[in-house]
Design a protein around this ligand. Sequence first.
Ligand code: BF8
Length: 629
Amino acid sequence: MYDSSEKKRIAETRAVDATDQEIIEKAIDDGLETAWDRLADQQPQCGFGQLGVCCNRCAMGPCRIEPFGKRPTRGVCGADADTIVARNLLDDLATGAAAHSDHGREVVEVMLETAEGRSQGYHITDETKLQAVAAEYGIRIDKKKKEEVAKELALSLLEEYGTVKGRLQMAERAPAKTKEIWKKLGIVPRGVDREIVECMHRIQMGVDADYTNILLHAMRTALADGWGGSMIATECSDILFGTPKPVKTRANLGTLDIDKVNIALHGHNPILSEMIVQAALDPELVKRAAGKGAKGINLVGMCCTGNELLMRRGVPVAGTFLDQELAIATGALEVMVVDYQCIFPSLPQTASCYHTKVVTTSGKTRIPGAIFREFRPDNAYDTAKEIITLAIDNFPNRNPSRVRIPAKPVDMMAGFSEETIRKALGGTYKPLTDAIVAGKIKGVVGIVGCNNPKIKQDYGHITLGRELIRRDILVVETGCAAIASGKTGLLMPEAAEMAGDGLKSICKAVGIPPVLHMGSCVDNSRILVLVARVANELGVGIGDLPVCGAAPEWYSQKAIAIGTYFVASGVYVVLGIPPKIFGSANVTNLLASQLTGITNACFAVEPDPMKAAVLLEAEINRKRKALGI
Ligand code: BF8
């Protein structure tokens, strides 16, 4: 076993946040296996896999290409490194796009069932947004009831997934110049499912072998995600649960409550978590909790479900991707309820060291050792009550000698939907663009994405965020990046003190933090809408704006889709973790350089967030110069 100074050293290497470090030490004491241990077990990781030159697609393989030009230079089928790397990338991207988009479809289905009176406990909440989106789809409002409009809209949105219509309505939100580029490249997205299925077709052996052609389809599929599946998820969630407005809440593992029944809501889709929030207020359940000796029911969010809940309800967030095991390691969690995506399959094993129960709720996500309670729109409220009851009844099983909750949650502010930001600026983006033209704000960077145990938890996000605001660059965030900033205080208006003078003066005048939390990962679509509106107001393309993106700690295939739709839309993106493409000089060259001549944006890879800030500022300056500002 480790002595205390060794434990401290390990915890400090793994995470930045003091509450995380405290629980990492406890996990070591408890003999708990975590992602960091499993990463160590995997060393050395396969070099062929890291370079993307390993192909395991068919039964002639697996094959691998020798990266230094010696034999073998081709797989058994004859595919070279370019084909293999591009195909692997397309496969990953399709997986990510499918995850976002299938989540989006489920929200539309709930909207349809709600409109038809077939769901339990859901309502059409934001009528203004319902009408605005319906108008885009050419739906006449007249004197129709909101449910009728919602039904027509849901049916139109389901068509966006198919192949008959052949275009995505929401992609029309992009500026004319940006759409012109897509048209010229032949990458206008035709339908969400269509593009994803075509990815699967193209990566079958004997179909697409031209890396450029493969990468173009990757961009089209990514656009179908960003301007399709993800945007649909965001808009329909707003219609059902409300468009976020500024809200204050708290973050980190200290949001767990020693006296209450603790339930962590982990995953992505708000259709599950919103219902649990409603059900937790049920007097019958509150009474039951008291009967078990608890002072109440404490809900905390995790990952993107956490973001959905804090954006709309101000529910405290316990942490990011790498906090899912640590939340259990506090010994204070009665239930972790999950839907899908970013859920470690090992969670039931982690939970078995404590009294915690892991509850899965989607037929798509069954995990051995977890309790399954299927969550359907027609039984949503009842199932939510059942899950909370399970947690309450588990409260007496908590072993007080194994509980440690870090003392202090950090205050944070969230809820910056595109609508909220525009409203705060007085209805148009002119005040923002004026500040950019005047140089008070140099530009805007979206920091997005995950944690990855290959990098100290949250270090990439918060170091880059701090460095950018210091350079008078406004930061907008989503996903685990935003939670990381919340844990470190960057999402409070007081953080403006850390910003450069120009950005500080604007933040103080408007009363906003220098880092704005815009939501979950599907809510990157809010950033797309924001930049589209700014570009439209200025009569330019998205690629002309001094706007960049960064994913300092990404791990997920979803991040590949996100990065690619930003680049395809004209936004330069810096990745902190290398993608598996370096086995092909051609693929690398296209993505990291040649694309600039086409979309005016490309990818860069820079693991050091301080150096990434330099790259991002240089790109912002390049675009400012081109605009003559
Ligand atoms: O979709 S940022 S670790 S939680 S993948 Fe997952 Fe990454 Fe977190 Fe949300 Ni996004």
